[in-house]
Design a protein around this ligand. Structure first.
Ligand code: ADP
Ligand code: MG
Length: 296
């Protein structure tokens, strides 16, 4: 997929194919207000298996709130969220991640005192590792652990019980790092607080990905990155798409996600103002209007 024509053709075929796939995430009339501010206003959409949908919109349009509602970090005032036909609205972040809904955060949340490997290892268990399998864990008191985990939506389960299980996990983690090796390999034994912002965010995506999520929710995965870091993350996401992952992505820069997305959902003032193929949405008059005078 090195040239633009191939990518365009691949994208179009992908778009058509995923629309026939089963619905993985069904959102209906999702609603959330903060003290009179209608942050998310009757948002409805379907995300199909293998589909990549980007939610675009100016700052403050309700994108993060939508992701926070879907991942259980906020409770909706009303509306339905079904994951693979099972109602999940109102569940906790840990329950959501246990069901296969994994996310990253607008500002990135990795455990600074753990190494790259250890952070990714956590994701493998999806819920943590009561047995404290790595040394670095012992730097944190358990109460601190629990609150850190709650912040990232990881819950508590037993870790590997045998040496063999632990070895298998380590092989998976190695593979995951090699997949994202461009920058992470050399740093795999370093604590993430020593990493660049972009590398911390890459670690976070790897941690979510190794959980084999049914759905990956990404809140502005390229925010605060320079051009080459952004391009690298977009390549990483193209790769995940080609592997068949189902992704819901938030991005305020509409141009970044056009090539990647099967469909785009544009929000403004808490509402979905347009949805459809990327080019149709970016050229829709109400979308152009919403972006007029705002950063694009
Ligand atoms: P976006 O991610 O599109 O920039 P957000 O979903 O973060 O937008 O915010 C939508 C609106 O809701 C904004 O006006 C924001 O200030 C407000 N908002 C978001 N979270 C809270 C909160 N926890 N309490 C009060 N207002 C909030
Ligand atoms: Mg946001």
């Amino acid at each position: 997929l090195d040239n633009a024509d191939d990518l365009a053709e691949y994208s179009e075929r992908h778009r058509q194919a995923v629309l026939d796939a089963p619905v993985m995430l069904r959102v209906r009339e999702l609603d959330k207000s903060f003290e009179g501010l209608h942050a998310v206003n009757k948002v409805s959409f379907d995300l199909h298996q293998g589909e990549v949908i980007s939610i675009i919109g100016p700052n403050g349009s309700g994108k993060s709130t939508t992701i926070n509602l879907i991942s259980g970090f906020l409770q909706p005032d009303s509306g339905l969220i079904d994951l693979a036909d099972e109602p999940v609205a109102g569940l906790s972040p840990a329950d959501m991640s246990e069901r296969g809904l994994l996310r990253t955060f607008q500002n990135g949340r990795v455990f600074g005192g753990l190494t790259v490997e250890e952070n990714i290892n956590l994701g493998y268990h999806r819920r943590l590792v009561a047995a404290r399998p790595f040394k670095s864990l012992q730097r944190y008191p358990i109460a601190r652990w629990l609150s850190l985990l709650a912040e990232t939506g990881v819950a508590l389960v037993p870790g590997p019980r045998t040496r063999r299980e632990a070895d298998e996990v380590n092989i998976r983690v190695d593979r995951e790092i090699d997949r994202f090796r461009e920058r992470l390999s050399a740093r795999r034994r370093d604590c993430t607080y020593t990493l660049s912002y972009a590398n911390r965010r890459r670690t976070e995506i790897a941690r979510a990905h190794i959980s084999e999520p049914k759905i990956l929710l990404l809140d502005e995965p390229t925010a605060g990155m320079n051009q080459s870091e952004t391009a690298e993350v977009l390549r990483q996401l193209q790769y995940l798409k080609a592997q068949g992952h189902t992704i819901l992505l938030v991005e305020h820069k509409i141009d970044l996600v056009t090539a990647l997305s099967d469909r785009v959902l544009a929000m403004d003032g808490g509402r979905v103002i347009a949805q459809g193929a990327p080019d149709d949405v970016r050229n829709a008059p109400q979308v152009v209007e919403a972006y007029l005078g705002k950063r694009r």
